[in-house]
Design a protein around this ligand. Structure first.
Ligand code: RUG
Length: 818
């Protein structure tokens, strides 16, 4: 019998059923007979919250009264996913829930499905924030997640009849949302605009307008830690609800204008993954949540004190800046300390520098935010002054260190016209980290090279991770049970390195067969899920080959679809018989930023390749492409456990880390990938022989740029020289996937042949070759499954618990609550 250490709740299933009944009756006013699954979901969520309440209050009290420094994770995105199952797991109520709901006459899955998934993030960055707050709570570290409760999350994706992406608003709050508690009594005032005047020798900011930041609190229960932290998402409300005078003049729209303007701030998540847009509103959002959070932390840690000793602030809490989005917090804390609490510049600077740390998540220059000074000056005039002064101090410091004048100019935080937020964060905080070893190295060598030359000690790496509770235990219960059986304990859920104990089992045929059976059962489940949700007919006896991630040129969905087209072209031309093909189902999931033209063309192409190939009798169902729309966490949790082969094929040197790659490896998919981001570390750990590596390395990519690949149109040479590549591209150009219309994809084709910045064509041959090797391996099921077992066994390092332990040791220097 395996040793089970999962949290146990004190209540029985009968008692939990009574609690649900009580919630239904006394809070919601419905009888069990009247209730729908959605009512039971709300009641169960409220009942779980009650169970977590004491731990939540105790965690907060211990945090304020104890001496353990807390972490404030400042993030514009938290992509939490559905909450009920996770809360049940961490409260030790999973079994009680299943039985209670059944006793009440409901199906547990239907109740769970009734929850609407919040999409308060764009992709990896937001999901990482969610994994991190889960791990902080599970490790018992006092922490706040601070962000924005957007009214509309990331857009809902649909495809029209031509396969084009359509974006529709995702009003996730349309139905009752039982998790967030709106705390009107702990609001904060956030001001904008106006001017700075001198009064009695002091700078005084006279803002023009203010909004009310109201916190909406979400519990973040730890797994088996007894701790419950807080995710505090700010919602913008107006101080002037309604102008009665204007209304009485029958100017109804004008009467609500101030309210609409104020509430716009938390209205919508910017649908961007790596390119900042929508300037003014985005800066307002950033300042809004950061200013409210800083004031909130002062309120929390110095309760009831008018004149707190804020020199201790960095000992109470450290703020982690999740990308450049919250970096305006640096001048904000300076302003608060000087203007609201009377500290001098040097003291304020010392406190600020010790409070903040910065995580960079990108290597794409366009994702490092640069704000026009004019905009900052208009919205936050006092902050612009402070930034200028920080820049003066910075330049003086560099000069004193003997840095050359030209370099100082290159490093300017404030250029006169613009403010470079990544530079401000690097100078204004104690540490800077990248999110995978290669990424952190490239930050030091390229992106922030000047800074790392001057401040080498600031730079460190923390490789990303994912929470095993959501992405193994909840997503893949069969594999979880098998792991527990194999290891004889379920302790791996809070110590993922224990998975190493599975290594010897890769040589145990019985275990490997069980492992393969788990994968097969998951594939059947996924096929049923895809039929129910999307109407797809996925054959679970084919290899499930998945590529899910944001649609971006650097991630190279184009490379994948070109390879599919090349295979298809081979069948059509008779070069290859469909009977000889290893049956494969390729599943894509991806949203493109609404304004990203080539990404949207790629989506259209994939959809039309799917339409043509899936309906072509010549292919005999051997090659299938599916593109379920609106990729989200629910889809991920169903698809990842069913995947045989995962695609991580970004151009080397472009993906900061990736976290999907970790989820797949942990669920026993094999990876085909480049030496990019965390792929490098995954491959090192699972073993080169258990990873399908292909493509150029980062130095090879750089060398090819140096030859003028994108500027001299060198990609065309690859097209001319490789008949298979040529056939594939010609098929796109000749209208095969656009009902004969040659214009539909002309911009995409033009880009491939004349620019191809991300070197899809240059890596095509290597990619086709590795796919041949993959097919051969897959034809030996035991070999494949053994490799998959070794992927699971050696991926324990990629737990977000380990990432948080690295942050604790290298950056935050704090630990669990005593
Ligand atoms: O693109 C990166 C991923 O490589 C990374 O895994 C993830 C979490 O660190 O963050 C993604 N990211 C980067 N999302 N937005 C940005 C823009 O800076």
């Amino acid at each position: 019998m395996a040793e089970i250490t999962a949290p146990q709740s004190p209540v029985t299933a009968e008692q939990f059923a009574d609690e649900i009944r009580e919630q239904l009756k006394y809070t919601q006013g419905v009888t069990v007979e009247q209730a729908k699954p959605a009512d039971v979901y709300v009641a169960a969520a409220s009942a779980v919250r009650r169970h977590l309440m004491d731990s939540w209050m105790k965690t907060q009290a211990d945090m304020v009264n104890g001496n353990t420094k807390a972490v404030g994770y400042l993030s514009a995105e938290f992509l939490m996913g559905k909450q009920l199952e996770n809360a049940l797991l961490n409260a030790g109520l999973t079994e009680q829930f299943d039985k209670a709901v059944e006793a009440l006459g409901f199906n547990a899955q239907e109740v769970i499905d009734a929850e609407y998934e919040p999409g308060l993030g764009n992709g990896g960055l937001g999901r990482l924030a969610a994994c991190f707050i889960d791990s902080l709570a599970s490790l018992g570290v006092p922490a706040f997640g601070y962000g924005i409760q957007y009214k509309y999350g990331i857009f809902k994706q649909e495809f029209d009849e031509n396969g084009k992406q359509i974006e529709t608003p995702d009003y996730w709050l349309a139905n009752e949302e039982p998790w967030g508690h709106i705390d009107y009594n702990r609001d904060q005032k956030v001001s904008f605009g106006g001017e700075v005047v001198e009064e009695n020798g002091r700078k005084v900011w006279k803002p023009a307008w203010s909004v009310r930041a109201v916190p909406v609190d979400y519990m973040v229960p730890g797994y088996a830690s007894g701790r419950v932290n807080t995710l505090r998402l700010w919602s913008a409300k107006s101080y002037d609800e309604f102008d009665l005078l204007t209304f009485n003049k029958s100017e109804y729209l004008d009467a609500v204008k101030p309210q609409v303007e104020a509430e716009n701030i938390s209205k919508i998540l910017y649908p961007e993954d790596s390119t900042p847009q929508g300037k003014a509103l985005r800066l307002e959002q950033q300042y809004f949540f950061v200013s409210a959070s800083i004031h909130d932390a002062i309120r929390v840690f110095y309760p009831g004190q008018d004149k707190p000793d804020l020199t201790t602030f960095p000992d109470k809490i450290n703020f982690q800046l999740n990308d450049t989005h919250p970096v305006i917090g640096i001048p904000e804390l300076m302003r608060v300390l000087m203007d609201e609490y009377d500290y001098d510049w040097d003291t304020a600077w010392d406190i600020t520098r010790r409070t903040f740390n910065y995580t960079c998540h990108t290597l794409l220059p366009e994702a490092l935010e640069v704000w026009p000074s004019k905009l900052i000056g208009e919205l936050l005039p006092r902050h612009l002054e402070i930034i200028e002064k920080i820049n003066d101090q910075f330049e003086a410091e560099l000069k004193a260190k003997g840095v050359a004048a030209d370099t100082i100019k290159d490093m300017a935080i404030y250029t006169g016209d613009a403010v470079r937020m990544a530079y401000l964060a690097t100078y204004g905080g104690s540490h800077v980290n990248g999110v995978a070893e290669l990424h952190s190295q490239l930050l030091k060598d390229v992106t922030l090279k000047n800074f790392s030359d001057v401040y080498p000690d600031k730079f460190t790496n923390v490789t990303n991770g994912v929470t095993p509770r959501r992405f193994i235990k909840l997503a893949n219960p069969r594999l979880s049970d098998l792991i527990t059986e194999g290891l004889g304990t379920d302790k791996w859920l809070s110590d993922l390195e224990l998975l190493k104990g599975l290594v010897p089992l890769a040589d145990d045929d019985e275990f490997v067969k069980k492992f393969a059976a788990v994968k097969q059962a998951n594939k059947v489940d996924f096929s049923n899920f895809a039929k129910r949700k999307y109407g797809f007919d996925i054959d679970p006896n084919t290899m499930i080959n998945t590529m899910v991630k944001r649609l971006h040129e650097y991630k190279r969905q184009a490379l994948k679809i070109l390879s599919v087209i090349a295979d298809y072209a081979d069948i059509k031309s008779g070069k290859v018989s469909a009977d000889d093909i290893m049956p494969r189902t390729i599943v894509f999931g991806a949203k493109a930023a609404p304004g990203y033209y080539l990404a949207k063309q790629t989506i259209q192409l994939i959809n039309n390749v799917a339409r043509v190939i899936n309906n072509d009798p010549d292919v005999k169902g051997k090659l299938n492409v599916y593109f379920p729309w609106n990729y989200n966490i629910e889809l991920a949790m169903n698809l990842i456990p069913a995947t045989d082969l995962d695609e991580q094929i970004s151009q080397a040197g472009k993906e900061a880390s990736g976290t999907g790659n970790m989820k797949f490896a942990l669920n026993g998919a094999l990876t085909v990938g480049t030496l990019d981001g965390a792929n490098v570390e995954i491959r090192e750990r699972v073993g080169a022989e258990n990873f399908f590596l292909f493509g150029m390395t980062e130095p090879e990519v750089s060398a090819l740029y140096a030859k003028g690949y994108d500027t001299k149109g060198l990609s065309r040479e690859y097209y001319e020289k490789d008949p298979q590549l040529k056939a594939a591209i010609d098929m796109v150009a000749d209208g095969t996937f656009s009902d004969g219309d040659k214009d539909t994809y002309k911009d995409l084709v033009n880009d491939w042949l004349n620019k191809d910045y991300f070197m899809t064509l240059a890596d095509f041959r290597a990619y086709m070759d590795i796919q041949a090797q993959i097919e051969e391996t897959y034809r030996d099921p035991m070999k494949w499954s053994r490799m998959a077992v070794l992927n699971v066994a050696n991926s324990g390092y990629f737990s977000s618990d380990r990432s948080i332990e690295d942050y604790l040791e290298r950056i935050w220097h704090t630990g669990p609550l005593k």
